[in-house]
Design a protein around this ligand. Structure first.
Ligand code: KG4
Ligand code: ZN
Length: 339
């Protein structure tokens, strides 16, 4: 059963064809990172316009894969995300489904990220999911394809957003994650003790906060600017120390979730999940504390149409169909963890 998946919730336009919810036959991702770089972040209006331009070519490229079997359904991300961006994908999906007289299935972006690992290998539910990107920071337990129990979120900046802001403040530019990661390799992560988000911040055990860390890093940078002769490794040391302070609280929360919920399987997603230090820290933690880590390849960690098609297949086989009046939803209330 071949399902088309369309994803346009933020700044990636992506379309994929996935067979039986597992086998990725085609996956095309058009990133807008370069378009947004000069604004140091994603500009919603610019993003929707770029989606309008990209959706046709990306859809055509994804459909080039040869097969005797037709596409039998369309899945699309309808929430959460930027309204204008979501609307482009939903409009395209509705038109495609209508033109071919095939069913349409709307999916939740976070559930799709949680599903992504299933496209590489079959992982038994439940599993702990850590989703970290420029727009989201979420720790949850996936209890099934459509069931995500939220344990914690960020109370201020998203994790990737902190990487982006620190990078811009150090003059390294946007997107920050890959630049911080690269320069951090030359630095000493022990050089500074930046504040780490304690467990229980904001009154919820698994919530995380990045604003204090971001401010501390910017103060350190200001101290250097006032100093007569900052050393050559100063920025690298700040980047390495920041990276550690940003990532270690995530590892601590994953370990706590595995332990207290007795769920010894973990998967990750989002742009920050591409970070090699995060992956290495998690691998070491998994080995030390006896849980399994399933880290999908980078492409499947990013926003992509394949995870949408995969989850869409699960919904479709469960009998779900989108309403005729399908719209978009920028926010999803249940992604606040209960106190
Ligand atoms: O998932 P994504 O492409 O888009 C959304 O935000 O939805 O994630 C982009 C975010 C940016 O904040 C970027 O700085 C961060 O992921 N990122 C990284 C790395 N690569 C991308 N953060 C840390 N290390 C990386 N290697
Ligand atoms: Zn995402």
């Amino acid at each position: 059963m071949r399902v088309l998946g369309i994803e346009s919730s933020c700044d990636e336009t992506s379309v994929a064809v996935v067979r039986d919810g597992r086998h990725v036959e085609s996956l095309v991702i058009a990133s807008q990172t370069e378009i947004h770089a000069r604004y140091h972040g994603v500009v919603p209006e610019v993003a929707s316009r770029a989606h309008v331009e990209q959706i046709g070519p990306v859809l055509a490229a994804a459909l080039q894969v040869e097969s005797d079997e037709p596409v039998v359904a369309v899945a699309v991300t309808s929430r959460p995300g930027l309204s204008g961006s979501l609307a482009v994908g939903v409009a395209a999906a509705r038109a495609f489904a209508w033109a071919r007289s095939i069913p349409l299935v709307d999916v939740d972006h976070m559930l799709a990220h949680a599903y992504a690992v299933q496209l590489e290998r079959s992982v038994a539910w439940p599993y702990v999911v850590l989703l970290v990107s420029g727009g989201h920071t979420l720790l949850a337990i996936a209890r099934g394809p459509t069931e995500l129990e939220v344990l914690g979120t960020t109370i201020d900046d998203a994790c990737g957003e902190a990487f982006d802001k620190v990078s811009v403040s150090l003059g390294l530019g946007y997107p920050g994650g890959p630049r911080i990661e690269a320069i951090a390799k030359e630095g000493d992560a022990d050089a500074y003790r930046f504040p780490q988000s304690p467990m229980g911040v904001g009154g919820r055990a698994y919530d995380v906060s990045y604003s204090g860390l971001k401010t501390a890093v910017i103060h350190q940078r200001d101290r250097f600017r006032r100093a007569a002769a900052p050393g050559p490794h100063d920025h690298a040391d700040i980047a390495a120390s920041f990276q550690r302070a940003a990532l270690e609280p995530l590892i601590a929360r994953v370990r706590a979730a595995v332990h207290y919920h007795a769920v010894p399987r973990v998967t990750i997603g989002g742009g920050v999940a591409a970070n090699e230090t995060l992956r290495a820290l998690l691998r070491a933690d998994a080995a030390a504390h006896g849980y399994e880590l399933f880290a999908p390849r980078r492409e499947l960690c990013l926003d992509n149409g394949a995870m949408v098609a995969g989850l869409g297949h699960a919904l479709l086989t469960a009998g779900y169909r989108s309403p005729e009046s399908l719209g978009v939803q920028a926010r999803v209330a249940r992604f606040r963890a209960p106190k």
